[in-house]
Structures are given as structure tokens and as C-alpha cells.
Design a protein around this ligand. Structure first.
Ligand code: 3HC
Length: 306
């Protein structure tokens, strides 16, 4: 018998590419009402415009009726800066999808633990940061993490790692923190399945399974470029056509975002102290130059119109 996820309303924190995608698949596939929160009104407007565009494309391609698209869109509501996290106080689960910054995430989870119901699941879409560290912050002020109350509060934190573009990619990687309860894990898994995703699970190691394997591959490709072994096109074409990858590794790095790739690689390197994860100097310099890839028009390639 399948386990019920029990999510009647979902909160999503962060209306960037990932948060918007998570909000869309939750409203469309899992059919749950979604409160999408971002402090930036521009980001919320951009996120909703992307949702409208993707739903309209599905209608045009005959994959959704107008009515189904409208129903999904109606399930999406926004929560702005004024309401803040208080606007999410009644949700059954929240998925945090803000930028890869431990201090920021810890602050958010401390506030979520204070604002949300004690049985609400607190999920993070982090790409590599320790779920255990994030869970340790999800304890109300004045409560010890080692007390029964502290352990219970942290036991509802879980990693729910979606892939970009969320509506297209079939996987969700689920990561248990040291504190995560079996019930949290099972409900998170049931929810990801309801979103139409295949689920894999990983222990809470730096980068989990996905990025611990992907990032050295991307970094090695950048080092090949740095050493002048081949051009960017030849590196990407070799992997695309020789190994049937949908994108070459440099294209993929641009797609993920070079700042995100560097942040993940730094987490891997610091978390394992293993030199195989040391980010390439070229990647560091490109991020120093604020060349972040597709998101701002310049990475290993140029994206003039995006
Ligand atoms: N949002 C939503 N949908 C998108 C999209 C986006 N940003 N970009 C493309 N799509 C959709 C298109 O609309 C199209 O949908 P359709 O079939 O309904 O028409 C479909 O994807 C295919 O797009 P295109 O025909 O334009 O282009 P491609 O065939 O080249 O596919 C791609 C684009 C799906 C992005 C493909 O190149 C791909 O799979 N690339 C690899 C992506 C990948 O590896 N992602 C994981 C990154 S790692 C990660 O996210 C983890 C994190 O922790 C770093």
C-alpha cells in the first residue's frame, strides 16, 4: 500500500528557476495548492510568467486542456515580502529553494521551526549542503538540539533535491539528515512520487550521490579547457555525441550556473578535504568576473538574448 504524503497545502520558498519549477509540478502533478514565497516582487512576477509560459506550451502541444492548465494555475498563490514566512504558517510542508548559502538556509529553517506547525515537513532543495547542519538549525530558540523537543523538531527536516529544469527532469534525490525521521522520509518520498518523479535516496554526504559524481566530471572538463587540451566545442561535442549526453559538460555548467557549480564544488572540497574536488582556477576566475552562465548571458558560451 502506498503511503499518503498528507500534504494539503505546500509552501515553496524562493521563486527562482528551481522554486518556480517545484511550485509548478506540485500544483500540476500532485494537484496541491501551493504558496510561493519570495522577498522580491520582480522574482515572483518572473516566476509566474514562466509558469504561464510552460502551461501555455503544454496546452498548445495538446498535453493539457485549457481547463487543466487553469486549475493548476489557480492552485498557485503568491506570498510576498510583507507577509513573509508568517504567510506560510498553515502549510503541511515547505520546500526551500533559495541560493546555496548555509547561513541563509540556517536562518530560514530557524524561522520555519518557529512559524510553522510542529508536524509540518521542512524540506530543502539544497544541491550539496549538509542536511544535518540545516536540520540542527530547525529548532525553536531556547530549545536544545539534543532535547526531546529539539530532536522532534529537527526530525521533520529532509533533503528534496530536484533537478533543472524541474518540469522536465524525472528525478528527485531524497536525503536523510542524521535527525530525519522515517515518517518524514516516507512522506517526502510519497510527495515526490505524486509530483510524477522517480525517487532515489542518498546518505547525507557532501554533494549526495548526484553532485558528488557530476561536479568532478564538470570540473575535469573545465580543467581540460584550461590546459588547452581541446576547444569548448570539442569538449562538449565529444561528450554529447560520444556518450549521448544531452549537453556537453561546459554547456551543462553554464546551464546550472557557474556560481552554483563553484559553491557546490567548494562544499564538496571543504566537506571531504579531498583534492579531487578542488575547483579549477578557471571556474573561480569566471565567477570572480561575474560570468555566471546562461542566467546572466556569459559563461563558457554567450547567450545574448537570454
Ligand atoms: N524549464 C522548463 N522546461 C524547459 C526548460 C526550462 N528551463 N528548458 C527546456 N525545457 C523543455 C522545453 O520546453 C522542451 O519541452 P517540450 O518537449 O514540452 O517541448 C524540452 O524541455 C526540450 O527542450 P528543447 O527542445 O528546447 O531542448 P533540448 O531537447 O536540448 O532539451 C534540456 C533541453 C531538457 C535542458 C536538455 O538539454 C537536457 O536534458 N539537458 C541536461 C539537463 C541536466 O542535466 N539537468 C540537471 C542539471 S544538475 C542539477 O539540476 C542538480 C543541481 O543540484 C546542480
Amino acid at each position: 500500500m502506498s503511503i499518503a504524503h498528507g500534504i494539503r497545502t505546500l509552501g515553496v520558498l524562493g521563486a527562482g528557476q528551481m522554486g518556480t519549477g517545484i511550485a509548478l509540478v506540485s500544483a500540476l502533478r500532485a494537484k496541491v495548492p501551493v504558496l510561493l514565497h519570495d522577498r522580491s516582487p520582480e522574482q515572483l512576477t518572473k516566476g509566474l510568467a514562466l509558469v504561464d509560459k510552460l502551461l501555455a506550451k503544454d496546452v498548445n502541444k495538446g498535453r493539457l486542456t485549457n481547463e487543466q492548465a487553469k486549475e493548476a494555475r489557480d492552485r498557485l498563490m503568491i506570498v510576498g515580502k510583507e507577509e513573509g514566512l508568517k504567510g506560510l504558517r498553515d502549510v503541511d510542508m515547505v520546500v526551500e529553494a533559495v541560493s546555496e548559502n548555509l547561513t541563509l538556509k540556517r536562518n530560514i529553517f530557524k524561522n520555519l521551526a518557529a512559524e510553522l506547525r510542529p508536524d509540518a515537513i521542512l524540506a530543502t532543495n539544497t544541491s550539496s549542503i549538509s542536511i544535518t547542519k540545516i536540520a540542527a538549525a530547525a529548532v525553536p530558540d531556547g530549545v536544545s538540539a539534543a532535547s526531546e523537543e529539539g530532536k522532534k523538531s529537527a526530525s521533520r527536516v529532509v533533503g528534496l533535491h530536484f533537478f533543472n529544469p524541474v518540469p522536465v527532469m524525472k528525478l528527485v534525490e531524497i536525503i536523510s539528515a542524521l535527525q530525519t525521521s522515517e515518517e518524514t522520509l516516507n512522506r517526502a518520498r510519497a510527495f515526490a512520487s505524486a509530483c510524477g518523479k522517480e525517487v532515489t535516496t542518498s546518505k547525507d554526504v557532501p554533494g549526495f550521490v548526484s553532485n558528488a559524481l557530476l561536479m568532478p566530471f564538470i570540473n575535469e572538463a573545465i580543467m581540460h579547457l584550461e590546459k588547452g587540451i581541446a576547444t569548448r566545442e570539442d569538449i562538449d561535442t565529444t561528450l554529447k555525441l560520444g556518450m549521448n549526453h544531452p549537453m556537453g559538460p561546459l554547456q551543462l555548467a553554464d546551464f546550472i550556473g557557474l556560481d552554483t557549480c563553484l559553491a557546490i564544488q567548494q562544499t564538496l572540497y571543504e566537506g571531504t578535504r579531498d583534492s579531487k574536488y578542488r575547483p579549477s582556477v578557471l571556474l573561480e576566475r569566471m565567477v570572480d568576473a561575474q560570468w555566471y552562465g546562461r542566467k546572466n548571458g556569459k559563461g563558457f558560451y554567450e547567450y545574448p538574448s537570454e
